[in-house]
Every structure is written in C-alpha cells, then in structure tokens.
Design a protein around this ligand. Structure first.
Ligand code: UDP
Length: 538
C-alpha cells in the first residue's frame, strides 16, 4: 500500500513548501459536534503519536474556531453513532515552523474520507453505521468520488465484511494500523472527516433503551438507491424476470438457532405453495445471498443482524422476524423500523415464542454468549423465572443476552397464523406502479369578502386557486383545509372542503377580524403548507 500511495505523481518539493507556507485549512458544516463534517486541506497524522495534526501558518483557516470548546467534548463524531465517547475526533495544533524538526511528511494524494467504523463484525452495524453513511457522505461532497480513498481510524482489523467496504471506492481502504507502514507523518492533501448521520434509523440504547431514532430522515427511496449501487458493484443484475416465486429462511448456525428448521421450511412451502430455501452467512457467499434475497417473496429469520439484508428485498416482499422466548418484539425494532420506512414497501411481521417448553437456554456459556452462571444465585433464579426482559440499556445486560442467545423450536401453527393475519393470498413482489408521494404547494390568490347583515349576522366568502403543481399531477383526491380564527383567540374552526370557494356564516360575527388559514391536502394524508394568512374584517 505504501507503494500504491507514492506511485501517484506529486511534486514533493512543491507539496512540502505549500504545507509549510499555507498550513492547514479546515471548513466544516454543522453547528454541533454531532452533526459536523469537516473538509481539510493539509491535515496531517502522526502515526507515532496516533494524533491528527493541524499546522498553523499565516494562511491557515479553522472554521468553526471553537477555542477550547473544541474539547467539549470533541470537534466531531468520527462514526455515524451519535455522541459516542469512544468515537470522537480532534487534532493537536502546531506552528507550521515545527515541520523543520519533524519527520519528513508523506503526502496522500487521493481525496480522503476519514472515519470510524462502529462494529465491523456485525452486519447490521456494517450497513447501518458504516456503508450507508459512507455512501451518502460521498454523495454529499462531489470530490468524494470513486477515486477517493477511505481511511478507517477505529483501529479494528479488516473484519469479516471488508469486501463490502471495498465496493464503495476504487481504491483499497486503509486501516489505522496500515498507516504506520506509510510513514511517521502523513499529510492528506484533501480530506473529509466524519460521516453523515442522515440515513441512520436506529439508536442502540447507550443513553436510553434502544429504539428508532427520534427524527428519521431517510426513506426507502434512498435505501434502494444505495442497494442498487451495491448490486451493480457485486455484478448482480436486478432480476432476470425469473418467474418462480420463493421464500427464504435466513438461518443462524452458531447460536439463536431455529431447532426445527426443516419442519419450518416444509410448512412454509406447503402453506404458501412456494419453493422455500435456507441460507446462512456461514454457508453462502454474500453475493449469492443478495442475489437470492433480491428476488424473494418472503424472508423469515430469527432476530439478528442478518435481517438487515432485508434492505435487498424487492418492493412488496414480506419480512418475518422471529423472537425467542421473553423478548418483546416491540422493544427491539431495528429491522421493523427498516422494513416500515416510508417508501420501503415491505410488509413486516413479528412472531414471538411464548412457550417456555419451546426454548433452550444456555446458562453456562460465557457471559457474552448469554451465560448467567457468573451472577449470584438469586439473580440467576430471577432471570430464569422472568417472562419478559425489562427494557435496558446497551450492551451487557445479562438477562437480555441470556434470552437473546436461546434456541427456539418454532411453533408452526402459531407462526403460520400470525403470517396469515397479514399475508392473505400469495406473498410476493408487487409490480406496483411508482407510488411516491408528492405534496401540494400553497394554494394561490386567496381572497376573502365579508358581508354584514344587521347587527348580529355576517358572512365570509373565501376563495383561492389550486396549488401550482397540481396542474401537472394526477391526484386521486384533492381537498382543502380552512381554519378560521378570530383575531386574539387561541382556538379556530377547522373545515375540510372540496371546492375552491366557500361562504362561511356559522359563528361569524359582524365587525370582527378573522384570520383565515388555507392549505391543500392530496389523498387524505399529504398535507401541504398553509398559504400566507388572510386577514378578513367583517
Ligand atoms: N451470525 C451469524 N450466524 C450465527 C451467529 C451470528 O451469521 O449463528 C452473525 C450475525 O448475523 C452478525 C454477527 O454474526 O452479523 C454477530 O452476531 P451477534 O449475535 O453478536 O449479533 P446480533 O445478530 O444479535 O446483532
């Protein structure tokens, strides 16, 4: 790799002179360390100190210039996991003049994206924390193209899924350990530091019990643009119109087993009259699994990281997640949240083993595989008697681990019944038309006219024009919502109307000022923005 870097043609002398004269330039986006990504010119890294270095000169720039707030707690998150105290980025500062006394810098000519992977051995973490955020960080900055190079600073070795990271750029990603072989002082000509969190949908429970993120900003469309890219890189063409429909049972072979898998496969095949096949990460290549999943009608699997692969399912397919005894499906929803993202167009079904007879526990295993033998007797007793794991924080709750690593004999009739509540006929990919939801614009030219009849009655005639974009759309149902509020009051009267004008007479008083708010609604739930408020005096 050292060779690979130095092969690129750069004028070493000029680069060194530029570094000494110009120092480091940093300009960032984001107001907080949790939403910040920084672009650098001439950011350096000392492989001996294992620290990034910012060189001050007459031309250096540092925006934001936070002073010591840069350490409270950090300049930015290096991984996509929010505010995790093992994932912070910062640099140390030096005058550019100090370069005279330092090891000769080695320049990195590629545009670099510098980040941390969060947990590269777990497939859910790989996709959710790393691959999707890296892909969309690269989409955000145009010089992070396929010729950019990824630098992973978390300190892990490649890990079992490194081939997936390789797909994101044409250059081999480099790990922190490998930087040592390149030199003592590395200087990145152009680099971006940090990852976009805009695609993440789940928080793992570091500060509150795990669950969907509070403000999810990604839809199925962006997930599917990413999977399309990955499949192109894996040389998997989207379905060769192979007509045969099938169900996949994604099994685990080491732990959290389905004990009656053969019986389950037979039952699914019989019930849905479909070929049913079993795959596992241990027995199939990643590409084979993607190829199979991308054409499947249904994916059935134990709760676990392998279920993140449902992001490769075709629209209209069904995800069935199986939960071991005492694990409440509502409390562990990374895959449910994914499947039910707007526009993902997947059906999600959770089944839980509620029968103690059908579970096999492993109290004597090591703690990280769910063993509880290290706990005191009373606590062991309590856990074994408990019928539901109470909500808990990540990541070492022994009761959770004990239940999570049980094996399960799936009660076939109960599972089929749960699936049948949702999947009435044949499951399967729907060749549905594009159902993207578009929102109305503001209504236009809103007007009101008042008329007073005597001292106690008045009328308010309000009219408006359709939103501009409606002219170019086919919308099944167009309605208007009008709120009439007496000036100075907190309450308002809401109306839903089908036409572009209406005369209000109920509760309208003479010699009063009314505020009138109007917005358009497409198909019952696509609410547009309110037009500028109308002031109407009767
Ligand atoms: N894994 C697997 N087969 C197994 C057990 C684990 O393929 O029998 C994979 C799993 O999909 C994940 C990684 O190994 O990518 C770590 O699994 P772990 O049980 O620690 O995490 P979880 O699946 O509960 O997120």
């Amino acid at each position: 790799q050292a060779q690979e870097l130095s092969e690129a043609q750069i004028d070493y002398h000029a680069a060194l002179q530029a570094l000494v004269e110009n120092g480091t330039k940093m300009v960032c986006t984001g107001r907080m360390h949790t939403d910040r990504i920084c672009r650098f010119e001439s950011l350096c890294y000392s492989t001996e100190a294992e620290e990034f270095v910012y060189f001050h000169s007459n031309s250096s720039v540092m925006l934001p210039n936070l002073g010591s707030r840069r350490f409270q707690p950090a300049l930015l998150d290096l991984s996509s996991v929010e505010d995790h105290n093992t994932q912070y980025f910062n640099f140390v500062e030096l005058p550019a003049a100090a370069l005279k006394f330092m090891p000769k810098p080695v320049f990195v000519p590629d545009v670099a994206l510098i980040a941390n992977r969060f947990n590269p051995d777990n497939l859910m973490h790989v996709f959710h924390d790393d691959l999707l955020p890296i892909y969309y960080t690269m989409q955000q900055f145009s010089d992070l193209d396929l010729e950019a190079r990824l630098f992973f600073m978390e300190g892990w070795s490649e890990g079992v899924h490194f081939d997936l990271y390789r797909l994101l750029s044409n250059k081999q990603p480099l790990l922190r350990e490998e930087l040592k072989t390149l030199g003592r002082l590395l200087c990145f000509t152009k680099s971006y530091v940090g990852l976009s969190k805009i695609t993440t949908w789940y928080q793992y429970g570091f500060v509150q019990p795990q669950g969907p993120k509070a403000n999810i900003l990604v839809s199925g469309n962006e997930i599917r643009q990413f999977t399309k890219f990955m499949m192109q890189k894996l040389n998997i063409s989207l379905e060769e119109s192979s007509s045969e429909e099938y169900i996949i049972v994604f099994s685990r072979t080491i732990n959290r087993l389905i004990l009656n898998e053969a019986e389950l496969i037979l039952a699914l095949a019989q019930e849905f009259q479909m070929k049913t096949i079993s795959v596992s990460l241990e027995e199939h290549s990643f590409s084979d699994i993607v190829r199979l999943i991308s054409n499947a009608s249904m994916l059935v699997s134990m709760h676990g990281a392998q279920l993140v692969m449902s992001l490769f399912l075709p629209r209209g397919a069904t995800v069935v997640e199986l939960f071991p005894y005492a694990i409440n499906p509502e409390h562990y929803t990374p895959y449910k949240t994914l499947a039910t993202l707007p526009g993902m167009d997947l059906q999600y079904i959770a089944w839980q083993n509620t029968d103690r007879e059908d579970t096999v526990t492993y109290p004597d295993r090591p703690w990280d595989q769910g063993g509880i033998a290290h706990l005191d007797k009373a606590e062991q007793e309590r856990i074994i008697k408990s019928t539901e794991v109470p909500r808990h924080l990540c990541c070492r709750n022994p009761e959770w681990l004990f239940r999570a690593y049980q094996d399960t004999k799936v009660n076939i009739p109960s599972l089929i019944q749960v699936i049948r509540q949702t999947v009435k006929s044949k499951p399967g990919p729907k060749k549905q038309k594009w159902s993207g939801s578009l929102y109305p614009g503001k209504v236009r030219d809103a007007k009101c006219q008042a008329s007073v009849q005597g001292t106690s009655e008045a009328k308010l005639a309000v009219s408006w024009q359709i939103p501009w974009n409606l002219r170019y759309l086919k919308v099944r149902e167009v309605k208007y919502e009008v709120w009439i509020q007496e000036q100075g009051e907190n309450t308002y009267m809401p109306y839903i109307l089908s036409h572009q004008n209406h005369t209000f007479s109920e509760n309208i008083k003479p010699f009063t000022i009314y505020l009138v708010w109007i917005r358009c609604i497409f198909n019952k739930n696509l609410l547009g923005p309110f037009a500028d408020v109308l002031l109407c005096s009767t």
